[in-house]
Design a protein around this ligand. Sequence first.
Ligand code: DAH
Length: 355
Amino acid sequence: MTTTATEDLQELVRSADSSFARARTPAELENAKAQFLGKSGRVTELMKGMGALSVDEKKTRGAAINQAKQAIEALLTDRRQALADAELARQLQAEALDVTLPGRQRGMGALHPISLAWERIEQIFGSMGFDVGDGPEIENDWFNFTALNNPPNHPARSMQDTFYVDMSDEQGQPYCLRTHTSPMQIRYATAHARRHAAALAAGQIPEVRVIVPGRTYRVDNDATHSPMFHQVEGLWLGENVSFKDLKVTYLNFCKAFFETDDLILRFRPSYFPFTEPSAEIDIQFQTGPLAGRWLEVSGSGQVHPQVVRNMGLDPERFIGFAFGSGIDRLAMLRYGVNDLRLFFEGDIRFLSQFR
Ligand code: DAH
């Protein structure tokens, strides 16, 4: 065996070593392996080249090539392990858990400010003896307009443009999204017709005393109007319920709702088809950030005799008032919110301020 022959094998092993070391991934390493140990790799080529040697030379050369081959295989195994170790270390690093970090809390839910205002309204009027009613948001033309003394083609209908549903009920009444909670005046009173009749038969004048909070719809969209908004209807009918009762009731409600006694109220003449006379209710805070400004909070009025008749009641015996207030408006004033749209955008940074 000549020195050159052994030297070329040593050179081959060194060359494999540096080639494996250059491989950065298992795939690159397998490519490098093929160059030495593959079918036409350099070791295989050396084996093939032995055909021309004598028997003795074959023995020594063959043993030397085998040694080189084993050395290359050992280098390959080492490098494979090194790459696998590096990959594991990388994964551990990437997926490391910092056990000293605080745990993730479960998010605390809370009521929406409109719901908070809504619940306050129910609670305050409830304490003043008002029942709480609830009714459909898809309403028919009769309840939404006609029964409220607002016949087809009456110009007052244009005050409340809404979304119409392409469908009519059995009586041919077209459906719309209710423009106000006022249709519930008729629905509530007629739903209690039996109770009223029984009381009348017993010689008593029954009372209708209810509020109806709910969602309402109109074709309006700006900083103070949203196509969907909330109203609360109020209705109090009895033998002798007057504007004086409306003033006391509404003022007491406002004082409780805004948690202040420094509040005054005024009626401003207005027009609604379902009341006569009609009035807007304005309030004025005497202290605080809103002090000194008249703020419109509600429509109101003495219930029109025709509306009382449409409730199935005798307007000679039943008299009283109704009002319809914007819940969103009340919530804006109470919480100091200046853009109505904030309520409906669902931005958690806004909503979490009411927790
Ligand atoms: N429904 C009226 C509206 O949405 C508000 C209203 C005014 C309701 C006077 C009433 C009332 O009950 O008496 O504009």
